[in-house]
Design a protein around this ligand. Structure first.
Ligand code: DX5
Ligand code: ZN
Length: 229
């Protein structure tokens, strides 16, 4: 088990999503963006909760040889509880489970007892009140800005209002929690998401889909900081 820290909650973090990297040279792609990124966002899709299938624990295990970043594993799975321990064992640092799959309180307890940083994710059409009861028990709220399943989709603007509501609730209750957005994040939407209250920005296409991923990551970071002005 690795002792890699996420860092203090609330700071701007760029989390490249490996879904848009070249899986034939994943380790190299991940290393390339390392100097301009903070976490590594690992999208796990089970072909059931979402229509797509991506990767599982063996890939995370291999990636550990190429990166000492915080592995932020986004579990788009109907039954994430079955795999939490496996992901932890191979080097996941944080996992996010979707509130839509239910059993949320139990999954939070399971993640906590495995020593994982605890994330809760919500689809674009899931209302804030479904995640609100868990805010005090989690380390990260992941608000999806596309419907999960595929990289390269367009940012859903309506979610910005939910980001604003979440940030207000976090502050009102004096919670230390990261607020992550995922889907359609680029230099324009990054600024808007940070302005609305997000601090962790996941980006696939806007980093690995670019001809110069390292420069693209650096531009995204600058765009994120613009949102704090
Ligand atoms: C979507 C995934 C995202 C995705 C983001 O299901 O959860 O992490 O890879 O890709 P972009 O940034 O291309 O929307
Ligand atoms: Zn994701």
């Amino acid at each position: 088990m690795t002792m890699i820290e996420a860092g203090p909650p609330g700071e701007i973090r760029i989390a490249p999503s490996i879904l848009s990297a070249d899986f034939g040279q994943l380790g190299l792609d991940v290393k390339e963006v390392d100097p301009e990124t903070d976490w590594l966002h690992v999208d796990v899709m089970d072909g059931h909760f979402v229509p797509n299938v991506s990767l599982g624990p063996p890939v995370v295990k291999s990636l550990r040889r190429y990166s000492d970043r915080f592995f932020d594993c986004h579990l788009m799975m109907t039954d994430p509880g079955r795999y939490l321990e496996d992901f932890r064992t191979v080097g996941a640092n944080g996992c996010s489970v979707h509130v839509e799959v239910g059993h949320t309180a139990g999954l939070i307890d399971d993640m906590r007892s495995l020593g994982l940083r605890v994330g809760l994710a919500a689809n674009p059409d899931t209302p804030f009140h479904e995640v609100a009861p868990f805010l005090g028990d989690i380390d990260l709220l992941l608000l999806m800005t596309v419907f999960p399943g595929f990289a390269g989709q367009s940012f859903i603007e309506d979610v910005l209002e939910k980001v604003e509501i979440a940030r207000r609730e976090i502050e009102r209750n004096d919670l230390s929690l990261d607020l992550e957005v995922d889907g359609g994040i680029d230099v324009l939407t990054a600024t808007r998401a940070v302005r609305a209250g997000a601090n962790v920005l996941v980006a696939g296409s806007a980093i690995f889909g670019q001809s110069e991923p390292l420069l693209a990551a650096s531009a995204l970071r600058a765009a994120a900081y613009d949102g704090l002005q």
